[in-house]
Design a protein around this ligand. Sequence first.
Ligand code: PRX
Length: 647
Amino acid sequence: MTDELYPVPAEWAEKAIINADRYAAKYRESVEDPDGFWRREAQRIDWIKPFTTVKDTSFHEDDFNISWFGDGTLNLSSNCLDRHLATRGSATAIIWEADDPNERGMTISYRELHSMVCRFANALKAQGVKRGDRVTIYLPMVPEAAVAMLACARIGAIHSVVFGGFSPDALAGRIKDCDSSLVITADEGLRGGRVVPLKHNVDEALDQCTSVTRVIVMRRTDTDVPMTEGRDIWWLDAEAGVTADCPPEEMGAEDPLFILYTSGSTGQPKGVLHTTGGYAVWTSMTHEYVFDYRPGQIYWCAADIGWVTGHSYIVYGPLANGATIVMYEGVPNWPDPSRIWQVVDKHQVEILYTAPTAIRALEREGDEWVKKTSRKSLKLLGTVGEPINPEAWGWYHSVVGEGRCPIVDTYWQTETGATMISPMPGATDLKPGSASKPMFGVKPALVDDKGHILEGAVSGALVITDSWPGQMRSVWGDPARFFNTYFTHYPGYYFTGDGCRRDEDGYYWITGRIDDVINVSGHRLGTAEIESALVAHEKVAEAAVVGMPHEIKGQGIYAYVTVNAGCQVDEKLRTELIHWVRAEIGPIATPDVIQFAPALPKTRSGKIMRRILRKIAEGDISHLGDTSTLADPAVVDDLVANRPSNA
Ligand code: PRX
C-alpha cells in the first residue's frame, strides 16, 4: 500500500489510443449500453455471418446463461492470419528466440505463419481430427506451439494445451478428462539449458489413457526417442502429402475454442472452457487498449503458452491485432540474469509483459545485470499473475524502465479470458501495487460475507456483477461444477476467489486468494491437489497444505504431514515426499517446507482448522486466535514447537 502516484506522462495522454476522457466515456457507455458498446467493438473481428444478438446472459440459477454474439459465425485462425495477408503479409508475426543465446532464432511473416498453420491443419485432418475433437498440445515454447493452436482453431478442433512442466500423471489426468484423441508434442524441450523429456512423459502418460490414437512429434533437439508403431508420427511426416490450402471452418460464436486446466479450491483441476466469438473480441480489444498496441510495434509477452496468458496475450489477442510478437523458449535468468534485457535489446522490444515473480528474482541479482544493457526501445511494461509489491514495482519502473515507461498491472484469471482490471497507459495515473480501474464492460463489486455490496473505500470479496464477452462458459464435462464454483457463494454474481480493497479514488488493490488456492510464482495451485498427491504416498496418513509468504515466489508451499503409525520420520522421508509431489504434479508444486506433525488441529467435528495452520506457516504464532474449539488444543503447541528450521 502506498500513496505514491505516477501521473500519466504528457506524451502518453496526447498520443495514446485511450486517454482519460476516452476511458471515462467508453467505460460509461460500456456499462450503460453494453449492447451498443459491444456491437461496435465486435467490428474489430471479421465475422463470416454477422451476429444479430449481442448479449444474452444471466448469472441467476433459474435462467443461467452466458452467450455473446450467439448467432454470429467466424473463424479465429483466419482473424489471426488470413485477414492480415493483403496488407501485412510480409510483416513479421513471430520473432522466435531460442533457449540458448547462441542458437539461431527464427523470424516468421504472417504469410509464412498462415501457410504453416494451413498445412498443419490439413495434417491434423489427415490424422482423423474432426471439428469438435479434443487435441492435447504438450510442446515447448516454439513457433509450432502457436501453429498447433491456430491449426486446431482453423478446423474447429478444441485444443487443450498442457504446460511442459507438468508430470506424466498430471498430463494423463488432463488427457483423460477431455478425452483427447490426439497429442502433439516434441522429442524434447529446452528450458534454461535443461532438457525436458516431453515425448518420454507423453509415453508414460499414455500408458494410462486409451482415448489417444495418434501422437504427432516435432523434432526440437533431434534426440532419438522411441516411436510407437501405428500411433506416433513425426510432424514432418504428418505434413508430407498435404497442401497448404485449408479453408477455415465456419464456427459459431459459442462453439468451443479451447479447454485450459486450472486449479481450484477442491479436487482435480478443472477444464476451463472458452468459446470463440466473445473471446476473440475480448482478447483483441484488451490487447490493443491495455498495451496501446499499434501494428509494427515489437511486443513480448514472456509467459508460457501453457498458461492462459500465453493463449490470450501471445497467440490470440496479439495475432488478431496483426502484432509482431517475440516468442522466447527459455527463462528470464539463463544463462545469466541479463538475458531478458539482452533479448529486449536484440529484438528492440517496445512492450514487455512479465510476472512479478520474475521481476523480484531479477531484482535480487542486482542492478548491474540490467544496467549493462540499453533497453532504450522499451516504451511500456506490464505485469500479470499475482499482486506486485510496490517495492518490486518501483524497481521495474525506475531501474528497468528508467522512469519513462508506464507499468500496466493487469488483473485477470484463466476464467476471465483476458484483463479485467488494469491501468491504460494514456488514461490512468499509476499507483504501485494497484491494478487500478476496470476494463470496459467489467462491473466489479466488493461484497461482505453475506453477499451485500459494499460502497466506497472498503475491503471485501471481489465479484463481477455482469457478464463480459471473454468469460469462461463452462467447466468441461461438468456444467454443474461451473455454476457451483463461481455463482453460488454470492448468488447473482461471478465470484473471483480474490480479496480486494478499493481506495478513495476507486482504485482496486487485489489482496490475494481467499479460497484454498495458492499462487506460487504466478502459478495457480490448489492446496487440495497437493494434499491428494501427498496422501497417495504409502507412508502418509494425512496432509494439509497452506501458502506461506515467499520473497521471490510470492507464496511458497507449506505442507503439514502426518505419517502412518510405525513409519519413521526423517530427512530421507522429507526428500522422498518432495520428489513424490514433483512426480505426481510437476516441479511447480514442489513443497518448500514439510513439517511432520503427529496430528493436525481439528475442530470437534473433525474439520482441519486451516486458519491456524496458515498462521503457523507464516510464523505469526502470537496471533493464532481462538483455539478453544479444537478437539485437542495441545496439537497446536506441538506444531509451534516443532516448526522446521527452513520455515
Ligand atoms: O489471485 C489472482 C492472481 O492470479 C489469479 C488467477 O490465476 P490464473 O488463473 O492462473 O491466471 C493468471 C494470469 C492471468 C487471480 O485470481 N492475479 C492475477 N493477476 C493479478 C493477480 N493478483 C493481483 N494482481 C494481478 N495483476
